[in-house]
Design a binder for this molecule. Structure first.
Ligand code: NAD
Length: 697
């Protein structure tokens, strides 16, 4: 059993002992039930304390049992909670660290709850496409009121115990303590040992909101903030049910909703995303036991757009940074932008003045390499030019202390070549941050053929510290993300050339769930970037077919929002895209020059062509060993490219569609008159998996 049982001065202590987070696996549940029964049968016991061993009370369901029959094996969580509720002797949950999901539902089945200050409390099931499944949606409104419970259940955010303890009328926490939790809980148990009748969340009533439209308003708000997601809507249904039904009927309603959601495609996709994020940090040939290098001081070369954002990531994590630039003006500009970003956060109440000053005090600027020689890691973010970067790396090689990690934020250059400029290529790695670097969660870690294993282990650890999702990519043009994205954009160009409009393609992509369609992204990022890449790419590979529509609009200077016109027109000072007759004229001309006739294209074809173009490239990336697993590609798309999280990423999307159907669709796309048949040639890995009836993920 994953619990221990001990009696101290008439109080039985059940300790959850299922590392790392005391997940409520079958043996933990059985241990709790057994402990309660033992305590009730022992005349020498007056009360029971349930406490978590290690750093947390309980993180919820045991993820090792996800999807297995063990997750529902007896005693299931409902039964376990019933046993707690029916205990004739008071049961006190002693909460520290984290209490989440099933852990909180378990605590709500206890008669009392004592928490340490700073414990984090949440029902995060909504994040994996579910509603809490063991009474959470019915009991939390009973102890916190509808408003607060609704907020916590629909967002999954964790709230510190101190804050909850101050909520007016709250009945969640009976006591918040500082210091030794077990001693405090034992003392509390002695105090309440004789109290009868025992309090129970079951006996509390829920006050319905005064506004009869409150629940409909919540649904409407969530339809905007958590667009297309089912689970937040169903969470509202469950909390509403708590205001109308008695506890048992409410729990039955919640169970019905849970059962429907758990087998839904959204929940499957969100579960995949949850596991993909954890899997991304594992590198097959770099064991967890690899000794990492200490990173206590960082240097950043270049205080431009990326250098500034990267610096903020480290300052936010409390790691001192020295930024190096070529000229004082560049330093002043760089620091001013960092200050402006922080000041905006202070103004919005997201950062305290104290924290802002604390972070700025960790920043030093310099024009001299002499001031960075002792940094443990240096990240280069200078112009995207192999000559400039080679000079910087030669200099770093000459001055940096032995063992320092030398990283480049290049988005397109060959990290092998950058490493070869130095006498220590094993210390060189690519760290491809995404813009704005202080906001975007994705970090592509580019492993050159020289990068040492301990350097990989170290940067993966650093990524966690600065709250990034790191995904490892081998060296290739565009790495994982931009290489797949290029195919998506190429396909977008073909679609408008064949007869779809720019607006139709964007709308179809957005209805699928992309944050923005390909043309709006182009206008935001700047169409000139792709223009420059295409010039280089199609000189190198003249046999690759592509549509000239993108070049045609760039030749008219339509570089995007920054110049007020791109794929769309923009009114001065506004970001609202307005369809452009000039662009349509350009597209019509390119089509005519190719001898094509415009045809009606369905939204379904648009989405399939956009997404499957990435899937095919993804399969190529996998077979070349640029990525070690398909879920890494999905993680790149979920965290860096606005792919709808409830679809799990392009590779899972293909799996869910079925690879045989994917192949069949590609075959039909190959018949397209505007294709040379090569674009839709299935990658050998895709063809093999489809033939074997297998999947990517
Ligand atoms: P930027 O032009 O905004 O900034 C570059 C900065 O580097 C400038 O302030 C410049 O003064 C400084 N610099 C140039 N040469 C230097 C040298 N020898 N020593 C010290 N400082 C020097 O460029 P950026 O957009 O921040 O891009 C920087 C790098 O990040 C590039 O490699 C780029 O490809 C990559 N990147 C950019 C983005 C993006 O969206 N902007 C995204 C990912 C990666």
């Amino acid at each position: 059993m994953s619990t221990t049982y001990q009696v101290t001065d008439g109080v039985a202590v059940i300790t959850l002992a299922n590392p790392p987070v005391n997940g409520l696996g079958q043996s933990t549940r059985a241990g709790v039930v057994d402990g309660i029964q033992k305590a009730n049968a022992d005349a020498g016991v007056q009360a029971v304390v349930i406490i978590g061993g290690g750093k947390v009370f309980c993180g919820g369901a045991d993820i090792k049992e996800f999807g297995s029959p063990k997750a529902f094996a007896e005693p299931n969580l409902h039964v376990t909670i019933e046993v707690l509720e029916q205990s004739a002797k008071p049961v006190i949950a002693a909460i520290h660290g984290v209490v989440m999901g099933g852990g909180l539902e378990l605590a709500l089945g206890c008669h009392y709850r004592v928490a340490v200050s700073g414990a984090q409390i949440a029902l995060p099931e909504v994040n994996i496409g579910l509603v809490p499944g063991a009474g959470g949606t019915q009991r939390l409104p009973r102890v916190l009121g509808v408003d607060m419970a609704l907020q916590m259940i629909t967002t999954g955010v964790s709230v510190p115990s101190d804050k909850l303890a101050k909520a007016p009328g709250q009945k969640l926490l009976d006591k918040v303590v500082v210091g030794d939790l077990l001693q405090a809980a034992l003392a509390f148990a002695q105090d309440v040992a004789a109290v009868r009748p025992l309090p129970s969340v079951r006996n509390l009533s829920v006050t319905a909101p005064v506004d009869p439209e409150a629940f409909n308003k919540a649904r409407a708000d969530l339809a905007k903030t958590r667009k297309n997601l089912q689970a937040p809507q169903r969470c509202v249904d469950c909390v509403e049910a708590a205001t109308k039904l008695d506890l048992d009927a409410g729990i039955a309603f919640e169970r019905e909703v849970f059962d429907k959601l758990v087998t839904s495609e959204q929940a499957q996709a969100l579960r995949h995303a949850f596991f993909a994020e954890r899997a991304a940090s594992k590198i097959p040939d770099v064991p967890d036991s690899t000794v990492t290098r200490p990173i206590n001081k960082v240097a950043v070369i270049g205080a431009g757009t990326m250098g500034g954002g990267i610096t903020m990531c480290f300052l936010n994590a409390g790691i001192p940074v020295t930024m190096l630039e070529m000229k004082q003006e560049a330093i002043d500009r760089g620091v001013a932008i960092i200050r402006k970003n922080y000041e905006a956060q202070v103004a919005k109440g997201k950062l305290t003045q104290d924290k802002y000053e604390q972070r700025m005090s960790l920043l030093t600027m310099t024009l001299s390499y002499d001031d960075i020689t002792q940094a443990d890691m240096v990240i280069e973010a200078v112009f995207e030019d192999l000559g400039v970067k080679s000079q910087v790396f030669a200099k770093l090689d000459a001055v940096m202390k032995p063992g320092a990690i030398l990283a480049s934020n290049t988005s397109t250059l060959d990290v092998d070549k950058i490493a070869e400029v130095t006498s220590r290529p094993g210390d060189v790695v690519g760290l491809h941050f995404f813009s704005p670097a202080n906001v975007m969660r994705l970090l592509e870690v580019v492993r050159s053929k020289h990068t040492a294993k301990d350097v990989m282990a170290t940067v993966m650890q650093v990524a966690k510290k600065i709250k990034k999702v790191a995904v490892v990519s081998g060296v290739c043009d565009g790495f994982i993300g931009n290489r797949m994205f290029e195919q998506y954009v190429r396909q977008g160009f073909f679609l408008v050339e064949e007869g779809a409009t720019v607006q139709q393609v964007d709308k179809a992509a957005e209805a699928f769930g992309f944050a923005m369609g390909p043309f709006r992204v182009g206008d935001l990022a700047g169409n000139d970037i792709g223009f420059a890449i295409r010039k280089r790419r199609y000189v190198e590979k003249p046999d690759v077919m592509y549509s000239k529509v993108g070049d045609a609009i760039c030749e008219l200077g339509r570089f995007g929002q920054k110049v007020g016109k791109g794929w769309y027109d923009y009114e001065v000072g506004k970001r609202e895209p307005v369809p452009s007759a000039e662009v349509q004229g350009c597209i019509d001309k390119v089509r005519a020059a190719k001898g094509l006739t415009a045809r009606t294209i369905s939204d379904e074809e648009i989405v399939n062509r956009l997404v499957l173009s990435m899937v095919n490239e993804g399969a190529m990336i996998l077979q070349e060993g640029i990525a070690s697993k398909a879920s890494d590609l999905d993680m790149v798309y979920l965290t860096g490219y606005g792919f709808p999280v409830y679809r799990g990423g392009p590779m899972l999307y293909a799996d869910m569609m079925g690879l045989t159907k994917v192949m069949a669709l590609m075959k039909t796309f190959q018949q397209n008159p505007n294709d040379d048949g090569k674009f839709w040639e299935p990658a050998p890995l895709l063809a093999k998996l489809a033939a074997e009836g297998k999947t990517f993920c």
